[in-house]
Design a protein around this ligand. Sequence first.
Ligand SMILES: [Cu+2]
Length: 203
Amino acid sequence: MNDLINPVALVDRSFYFIIGFSFVFLFAITLVMIYFVIRYRRTRHPVPADIRGNWLLETAWVFIPTFIALAMFVSGWQAYTGLRNVPEDAMEIDVIAQSFSWIFIYANGKETENEILVPVNTPVKLNVTSADVIHSLFIPAFRVKVDAVKGINTYAWFLPETIGQYFFQCTEFCGVGHADMTGVVEVVSQEEFDEWVQEDDGW
Ligand SMILES: [Cu+2]
């Protein structure tokens, strides 16, 4: 185990924070609006109140929303920096998107297609590019989504903490075979990985 912060938790926290606030305000504003429409309708309340110069009200409606928006930004920024700062000991895998499959190349030259094996609890850095049109690598379980563009080398990283299979999919419509650009990240034990990565099984 290591004491890395998995960006998955940061992304989720940011997501729930923003969607939570959105729901609270959706209901709060709708309820207040309905109440005001009834309570202050013209027949019952013909002369509107003049609230100009109410500094307390004006200060509140400037600072409270500003504070909420900044809190959303900070939460999102922490998630974003978590996704962009790759741990130094990450295992690197080159990823080449092509119409219509994903090629993965390990440090020792081993190549796979539409499938990667990674050892559990080891951070993995994916160096992503494309051989032709724009594709996009989406691994929902690891909150990874990165465009693959010819001529541009970009990256993503993830920390697989649980042994299992995690599916991925191309999420940039790239042609007739787009829907077939799926695959699996297989998270296995370190021993199983070490054995597998040495094998020359003619991929
Ligand atoms: Cu694609």
